[in-house]
Design a protein around this ligand. Structure first.
Ligand SMILES: [Zn+2]
Length: 459
């Protein structure tokens, strides 16, 4: 009965309803499967995202590749025709599919013609319920996953990772602080029993969200209730707590990247403090402000960096703000000074009110055109599931609107008063140093030859 009601709602979708991207037809089936359905503006097409609530963060360092390996294995095939036969079925329906494993989830991503949406969903359901995983498939998938992660993990690479030379600056800092695993996870030792366990514990309807955006079939709600409603719920598994900062890291470090070159990168990274009653969007606006301040100072005023930027990044349970600049090797001290002056000036005078207002308005305006089309909308819902409740996604424009100058100043002070972590990435030697080294070696050879000749003459 309930599905009929939703069907009527979908059919009678008013244009304003379709335009309001924060309002969706969302409900949960009795087995716990969360559905997010949205009529899209483009006809003839549907974008489907099946989000399974299991990701890399749910496993210890040694077993981190388990959900990723399982994701690959689920494409092994549903009958004797195997992987190829499965792909042929999708081709015959005119759709395309892929899957991604992230820290937080495993997501199946499908684009398909609207007229085949129920058949495509049938195929996805078959993949979830009928895939047989044998040892041969496991070995093939292990090779693929290993190749995706950059080929076989050699002893040299492992040693370099241990020396912190194989990571980018922010990753390396996350390792130092105990927020990230020091080595790349291996797949060789993972067993079929472990994979079966992950599949049983996490691939259940009460741990999934199905998002469908586009020209929705009028029978879709009834179909979903019948087909996906047959999946059996399991006892939920607790997620592992996200790692917090566990160790201290050097305030300043130079990281060698590559052997010879004239460039360098400067990063100043700082953990975002948790502020009481504060919008997370305050840090978004602050990021835009710092991004623009860096551009004005490092590029326009001093010409030291072509594309300086401010970034927000999350490692484990900790968010970081970073100020970054690509530089010439010899400009590193000058850039450090500009950065120090920029921070001191902001702490002394606060954010400029006019610039703040302009950048805040730009961020709000961006929300009106940031998500275009069915696929982008489906991806948006996937990324914003944390802000979803009862058919509503939080409108970021409203939250941005509420960020005041005083609030942004408070966030800025809490951020910039910390010492943070300075990381300089540069190659081992500059071209000049390499030239001097070569000249030195040549000089040594000439001296040795001269010495040898002198000795022979005197003898
Ligand atoms: Zn993969």
């Amino acid at each position: 009965m309930r599905c009929l009601l939703f069907a009527c709602l979908l059919l009678g979708a008013l244009p304003s309803f379709a335009l309001d991207r924060f309002h969706v037809e969302g409900y949960t089936l009795p087995n716990g499967l969360q559905l997010v359905l949205k009529p899209g503006s483009e006809r003839g097409h549907v974008a489907i995202r099946l989000v399974v609530g299991v990701g890399l963060d749910d496993f210890s360092c040694a077993d981190k590749e388990l959900p990723h390996l399982l994701e690959h294995l689920l494409f092994s095939g549903i009958d004797a025709t195997g992987e190829g036969g499965l792909e042929e079925r999708m081709q015959a329906l005119g759709g395309e599919w892929n899957a991604y494993t992230s820290n937080a989830d495993t997501t199946f991503v499908i684009e398909a013609p609207a007229k085949n949406q129920r058949k495509v969903l049938d195929l996805l359901l078959a993949l979830l319920t009928q895939t047989r995983i044998d040892d041969n498939a496991i070995n093939v998938a292990k090779q693929v996953v290993e190749r995706e992660d950059g080929g076989h993990y050699s002893h040299l690479q492992r040693w370099l990772d241990r020396q912190d030379l194989g990571h980018t600056a922010s990753n390396q800092l996350a390792v130092e602080l105990g927020l990230k695993c020091p080595e790349r996870a291996q797949v060789d030792h993972l067993t079929r029993e472990q994979l079966d366990k992950v599949r049983k514990a996490w691939y259940a309807p009460n741990n999934m969200t199905l998002i469908v955006v586009g020209e929705l079939d009028r029978l879709l709600p009834a179909y979903l209730e019948r087909a996906y409603g047959a999946l059996v719920a399991v006892e939920p598994t607790e997620h592992l707590p996200l790692p917090q900062i566990q160790a201290s890291a050097a305030h300043e470090r130079t990281l060698s990247h590559g052997f010879v070159g004239g460039g360098a990168k400067l990063h100043w990274l700082v953990p975002e403090p948790a502020l009481e009653d504060q919008h997370d969007e305050a840090f978004d606006v602050l990021k835009d402000y710092l991004d623009w301040a860096l551009y004005r100072q490092l590029r326009l005023a001093h010409g030291l960096s072509y594309g300086p930027s401010a970034e927000r990044e999350v490692f484990g349970g900790v968010g970081f703000m970073s100020l970054n600049a690509d530089l010439e090797r010899e400009d590193v001290p000058a850039a450090e000074q500009v950065l120090d002056e920029l921070k001191a000036n902001l702490l002394k005078n606060g954010l400029d009110a006019t610039t703040f207002a302009r950048l805040k308005q730009a961020a709000i305006a961006r929300q009106t055109w940031a998500v275009q089309g069915n696929s982008a909308l489906a991806d948006y819902y996937w990324s914003a599931l944390g802000d979803y409740e009862d058919g509503h996604f939080t409108n970021p424009a409203e939250a941005l609107q509420e960020v005041t100058l005083a609030e942004a100043n408070k966030a800025m002070r809490a951020l910039l008063l910390q010492p943070g972590y300075l990381r300089i990435e540069k190659p081992l030697m500059s071209y000049d140093q390499l030239m001097w080294a070569i000249a030195g070696v040549l000089g040594l050879i000439v001296l040795m030859l001269l010495g040898w000749r002198l000795r022979h003459r005197t003898l």
